[in-house]
Design a protein around this ligand. Structure first.
Ligand SMILES: Nc1ncnc2c1ncn2[C@@H]1O[C@H](COP(=O)(O)OP(=O)(O)OP(=O)(O)O)[C@@H](O)[C@H]1O
Ligand SMILES: [Mg+2]
Length: 362
């Protein structure tokens, strides 16, 4: 048994998955013989899930489509087995996302019953609200790699290979078990409605739209946009699931703050302080909240402060809103307006209390 363990470690260190699998199987056999069926089963389960994923990822990356002139990759590939994260969603959205995942997972069953099977999802919402994060989450849950194509970059590129590249991406995603994620999907509508755009590109876009139906019968398609107003009826009806990714409510904001601050000591665990911060950040997107909380932590680290507190978040929030462009007077007023005692403001900004009083008097 020790030989097998050493061989598995060797295989891992040298990045030889075949060797890892070979000796892990032997190890499972040994456990079986010793009457430890549970452990053997556990090992085989890990082998099975790992084998299918590594193969897919390898296949995916080596054959990923490239632009024929620049040889640059025209898709990004997200590997679900190497990623994991917590997502926080409003209940309604979470339910819709889970339903979509279930459709994907039960695809074969649905098809075998002769029911029409389509898995296409359109996510829309303002920047930073979590559209890409949801696509990645679905990838992790279904264990299917996420192949992302940014349509705005493809369409606006001056390469002139747009139509060829779009076709390549579809053909590629069609031949592999994966999720095709078309980000900045409104670029499609923009290009189609562009009066100056003639010929080839329009034809490709129209055929792309028609192909969505066929594609999503066998494959999984997710599209995302910040500009739903640009999409017309013909586009909307191609998607059997549509989700407006809206802002988190107070509950979600609270969970998100807890999530991003969980690895650093902070003084706002109490309901009262937390309520203040939730109120402060309630209009912000998850991306903004992440930036504000992680900036506060980064500042604490570089200033060798062991704890972050409400004032730190207030300061980071103010910086964020003002894009870093404000005077000391404005910051003093902001902290004062948000209930921070003058003495504390003086302490934070390292100035005298008299100066703070004078500032506020002005
Ligand atoms: N619901 C969420 N739960 C946890 N983290 C989130 C959530 N939504 C967004 N985030 C965080 O915010 C960041 C930005 O989110 P994301 O890229 O998904 O936004 P988006 O809607 O795709 O924005 P854009 O329109 O600019 O592409 C991510 O790094 C992610 O970590
Ligand atoms: Mg995005």
């Amino acid at each position: 048994m020790y030989t097998e363990i050493i061989k598995i470690i060797e295989g891992g260190m040298r990045r030889e998955p075949a060797k890892v699998v070979q000796f892990a199987k032997k190890l499972a056999d040994i456990f079986d013989e010793e009457g430890n069926a549970r452990l053997a089963k556990g090992i085989r389960k890990v082998i099975d899930s790992g084998a299918s994923n590594t193969l897919t990822m390898e296949q995916l990356t080596t054959t990923a489509p490239v632009d024929s002139e620049t040889r640059m990759s025209i898709v990004d590939i997200f590997n679900p087995s190497e990623n994991d994260f917590t997502i926080i969603l409003p209940e309604i959205i979470e339910r819709k996302v889970m339903d979509f995942i279930k459709i994907v997972e039960n695809k074969d069953k649905i098809k075998s019953l002769g029911l029409p099977m389509q898995s296409s999802l359109l996510l829309y919402g303002i920047p930073g609200v979590g559209k890409t994060t949801i696509a990645k989450y679905i990838s992790i849950q279904t264990k299917l790699p996420l192949v992302t194509a940014r349509l705005d970059a493809l369409i606006s590129s001056l390469l002139g290979n747009t139509s060829k590249n779009i076709r390549k991406i579809f053909e590629y995603a069609d031949s592999k078990p994966c999720i095709l994620f078309l980000d900045e999907f409104d670029a499609i509508a923009k290009a189609r409605d562009d009066e100056h755009e003639m010929g080839e590109l329009k034809r490709v876009i129209n055929s792309l739209l028609q192909n969505i139906d066929i594609f999503s019968q066998n494959n999984i398609l997710i599209a995302a946009t910040n500009h739903p107003e640009l999409l017309d009826k013909a586009i909307w009806r191609r998607f059997n699931t549509v989700i407006e990714v809206s802002q988190l409510g107070a509950d979600g904001v609270r969970k998100l703050i807890e999530l991003y601050a969980e690895n650093y000591k902070h003084d706002f665990s109490s309901d009262k302080k937390m309520d203040r911060i939730v109120y402060l950040l309630s209009k912000k997107t998850p991306a903004d909240i992440k930036t504000i909380v992680t900036n506060a932590i980064t500042q604490a680290v570089i200033q060798e402060k062991e704890e972050i507190n409400v004032e730190d978040l207030l300061i980071e929030n103010f910086q964020f809103e003002k894009h870093g462009n404000f005077t000391a007077d404005e910051l003093i007023k902001y902290l004062n307006d948000n209930g921070i005692p003058k003495l504390q403001i003086a302490d934070i900004l390292n100035v005298s209390i008299r100066q703070i009083r004078n500032n506020l008097k002005d």
